[in-house]
Design a protein around this ligand. Structure first.
Ligand code: BV8
Ligand code: ZN
Length: 263
């Protein structure tokens, strides 16, 4: 249970959430940390001494698609065994509740979608809680040459470049359907994200270091639109000084407390 200072912050944040008509939620790797998904920063961000920013680039894939696919296959393997945590589920319940809520995520792990379906239950409509994935999904592949794109969860054979997955339409190499550093985001997804963030009363930011652009500028669009920002992160970020309330702690613990009684 958060001590008094944090308690006061929590009550303030709950009041802001209760008063907000429209809510934009922005999440990063931190909301999936308690599910066992490695974040990008720090030790976890390293794979075989490669930094994520080195491997998640078109140049790395052109130069060595086998190693880049081996890295994505490793991450897909880790994520496949992960389940949404109470943070994902609290956000899904919030989005399925009476308020207008849009979840915008930088995560490619698909856990917000799993949480949406779980929270909606059998026969329930999960669509209000389905996230806008601004950086794509690690469980989709697309062709490097044509418009072929499909969901794909099976392990990838990465022993030899010759056996890497190929497009059944044009035989070109398939790649993970994620946005790499140096690549622009899907224009439709990007404009929807900024439209939502700019028209919202409250931007609830959880588990992001707020360093990767343009996603890190979404809360600024909320502030420019006259709305306010509530942040959840165990450590301070470049957003902390701009936030109305910044709660120090784990999103898996704080988010259920935040939405309690609101949904
Ligand atoms: C683009 C998909 C136009 C792939 C990802 C110089 C200045 C400004 C910008 C740039 C620059 N140089 C280049 C750029 C642009 C670049 C950028 O922003 N670079 C950064 C590093 C400076 N952006 C781009 O390239 C974007 N495209 O701008 O196109 C353009 C084109 C050419 C040249 C210029 C511009 C594309 C960006 C998208 C890249 N793809 N992912 C994949 O996943 O494989 S980004 C990836 O990294 C994630 O999606 C996410 O966005 C980011 C990681 O950030 P976080 O999610 O925040 O995770 P992180 O680990 O950093 O932090 C975790 C946080 O959680 C921490 O704060 C921690 O304290 C907290 N936490 C931990 N545990 C918990 C917790 N919080 C709560 N609860 C817990 N339990
Ligand atoms: Zn193709």
């Amino acid at each position: 249970m958060p001590e008094s200072g944090a308690n006061q912050g929590l009550e303030e944040a709950r009041a802001l959430l209760a008063a907000a008509e429209r809510i934009c939620v922005l999440t990063g790797a931190g909301v999936s940390a308690e599910s066992g998904v490695p974040t990008f920063r720090g030790e976890e961000g390293l794979w075989k001494s490669y930094r994520a920013e080195e491997l998640a680039t078109p140049r790395a894939f052109r130069r060595d698609p086998r190693t880049v696919w081996e890295w994505y296959d490793w991450r897909r393997g880790r994520i496949r065994d992960c389940a949404p945590n109470p943070g994902h589920l609290a956000l899904a319940r919030l989005a399925l509740g009476p308020k207008t809520v849009r979840i915008v995520t930088q995560n490619v792990d698909g856990l917000h979608e799993v949480a949406a379906r779980e929270a909606a239950g059998d026969g329930g409509d999960p669509s209000p809680a389905l996230p806008l994935e601004v950086h794509g999904s690690i469980f989709r592949v697309r062709c490097t040459a044509c418009t072929y794109r499909i969901p794909h969860r099976d392990p990838i054979q990465t022993k030899d470049e010759a056996i890497l997955p190929k497009c059944p339409v044009c035989m070109a190499l398939l790649r993970p359907d994620v946005v790499w550093f140096g690549e622009t985001l899907d224009p439709g997804v990007l404009s929807e994200a900024f439209q939502v963030a700019g028209a919202t009363t409250l931007c609830l930011v959880a588990g992001t270091s707020a360093l990767v652009q343009p996603a890190a500028s979404l809360p600024l669009a909320t502030l420019e639109g006259g709305g306010s920002v509530v942040e959840i992160n165990p450590t301070e970020t470049p957003l902390t000084t701009l936030a109305e309330v910044s709660l120090r702690g784990a999103s898996g613990e704080i988010l259920p407390l935040l939405v309690e009684g609101l949904v």
